[in-house]
Design a protein around this ligand. Structure first.
Ligand code: CA
Length: 223
């Protein structure tokens, strides 16, 4: 999952960026509305965390513009403005949720998970596909009830693939899901993770459509 953090306060930005990265989200951090627009044009993000009080154009104006342009990604507003009018304005401008500073990182993570779930059209937190089950809350994967130990990147790749079984994701799309700007990506990094996942999950779980990408079959293999 790849997130865009828009926050001009260096202390809050650093804390949230570090927390999200440690939580396994590929997170890019920008400090104003213009940089946020460039990032959204260049990359595919699963969710945006948006501060309202930004230098120059404020977060509310950015959000209105994005929604008018048809951007559908979930937006979670992070702001010190705790007045009811500000919350209402944020939600009316197209935000999906609202968190007032200072907030607890655990609560932020829980809200992000809820928004990503809703975005994927699911109410249930677990991703299940046949004998395979992925729990985003605890970062755990089980196959027929047995724990499968995955690295953070393997977990992120599997999560991206399990969101839409049957739909191939290209190497570039997987890199976008899994790596932030700051991380150097080896040209064969995704292949290495896919190889490890296949070894750990067993044959038939991750297939390759030549020249298109990788996918989890819509009909899950029998474990
Ligand atoms: Ca601010």
């Amino acid at each position: 999952m790849r997130l865009l953090l828009v926050e001009d306060d260096p202390m809050i930005g650093e804390g949230v960026h570090l927390g999200l990265t440690q939580e396994g989200y590929a997170t890019d951090w920008v400090k104003n509305a213009t940089a946020a627009e460039s990032a959204l044009t260049a990359g595919a993000y699963d969710l945006m965390l948006l501060d309202l009080g930004l230098p120059g154009r404020d977060g509310l104006a950015l959000l209105r513009t994005l929604r008018i342009q048809g951007a559908v990604l979930p937006v979670l507003i992070l702001t010190a403005r705790d007045g009811v009018a500000d919350r209402v304005a944020g939600l009316d401008a197209g935000a999906d949720d609202y968190l007032v500073k200072p907030f607890d990182l655990e609560e932020l993570f829980a809200r992000i998970r809820a928004l990503l779930r809703r975005q994927a059209g699911r109410a249930e937190p677990q991703l299940r596909h046949g004998a395979l089950s992925l729990d985003p809350v605890h970062g755990a994967v089980t196959m027929a009830g047995r724990t499968v130990l995955l690295s953070a990147k393997e977990f992120a790749i599997l999560q991206a693939l399990l969101h839409r079984p049957g739909l191939p994701l290209s190497r570039g799309q997987l890199e976008q899901h899994v790596y932030s700007w700051k991380e150097a990506v080896d040209s064969n990094a995704v292949e290495v993770h896919i190889h490890a996942l296949r070894r750990k999950l067993g044959a038939g779980w991750i297939l390759n459509l030549r020249g298109v990408g990788y996918y989890v079959p819509a009909e899950p293999p029998v474990a």
